[in-house]
Write a protein that binds this ligand. Structure first.
Ligand code: SF4
Ligand code: FES
Length: 249
């Protein structure tokens, strides 16, 4: 395949950044999108130019690192795939492909396509965990009966990989889908219920502090989420937040 690329280049956080055009030839339709960028980078290095910085790790849809906008869509075309799971056969020979970083003030650009998603880490640090009693008397989790429907819903919420596509897709740059998935995966299980109220209050407070926008129910987050995280999680978190706020007064 022969392709034209328009890639966002930004040397650092204080650089204004701009789109730069590149031409690539002989790209296999079976290569992944990230392998295509690897080829571009090899060619740039051979020419003595700076390669395009982009995040990646697992390259199998697990880590959530490969966050980028492709032709105006988070993670590009394709349903429920991350950028690393996207293959070049999803494009046509001769296509022009535009590649940009996430655009949200809470995710500042570090370099080229790499953004700082530390805000997500700080939200998790605010309460996205279960405090474990390490006294030696901890009950085996498997010995606690959990209704199948709750276990399934908790598992579905836990598939969130923290990629940030929900924020990037949202016109308000809201992080509600991510935060609600992280709240739900714990709140639905008896082990997580104990700290449920304080957790949701702390995580939402941190979310607001990080500068994410409000949810206006457009559903763009759910539509672009590579893991199909449901809006039901947002409804669950809103109910829990309200109840927790009232009982805290
Ligand atoms: S909710 Fe979906 S889009 Fe948002 S961070 Fe989690 S996996 Fe990514
Ligand atoms: S590189 Fe890990 S999800 Fe894409």
């Amino acid at each position: 395949m022969n392709l034209k690329l328009k890639v966002w280049r930004q040397s650092g956080a204080s650089d204004k950044g701009k789109m730069v055009d590149y031409a690539l030839s002989d790209i296999s339709p079976d290569s992944s999108f990230l392998e295509m960028i690897d080829v571009l980078n090899m060619q740039l290095v051979e020419k003595g130019e700076e390669p395009v910085a982009f995040d990646h790790d697992c390259r199998e849809g697990i880590c959530g690192m490969c966050s980028m906008y492709i032709n105006g869509q988070p993670h590009g075309p394709g349903d429920r795939v991350t950028t690393c799971q996207l293959h070049m056969r999803s494009f046509k020979d001769g296509d022009t492909i535009t590649i940009e970083p996430w655009r949200a003030s809470a995710f500042p650009v570090i370099k080229d396509l790499v953004v700082d998603r530390g805000a997500f880490d700080r939200i998790i640090q605010a309460g996205g965990y279960v405090s474990v009693n390490t006294s030696g008397n901890t009950q085996d989790a498997n010995s606690i009966p959990i209704p199948k429907a709750d276990a399934d819903a908790a598992f579905d919420a836990a598939t969130c990989i923290g990629c940030g596509a929900c924020v990037a897709a949202c016109k308000n740059a809201s992080a509600m889908l991510f935060v609600s998935a992280k709240v739900s995966q714990l709140d639905l299980l008896p082990q997580g219920k104990v700290e449920s109220k304080q957790r949701v209050l702390n995580m939402v407070a941190q979310m607001d502090k990080e500068g994410f926008g409000n949810c206006t129910n457009t559903g763009a987050c759910e539509a672009e989420c590579p893991k199909g995280i449901s809006l039901e999680n947002i409804a669950r978190m809103n109910r829990l937040y309200l109840a927790s706020e009232i009982s805290a007064k």
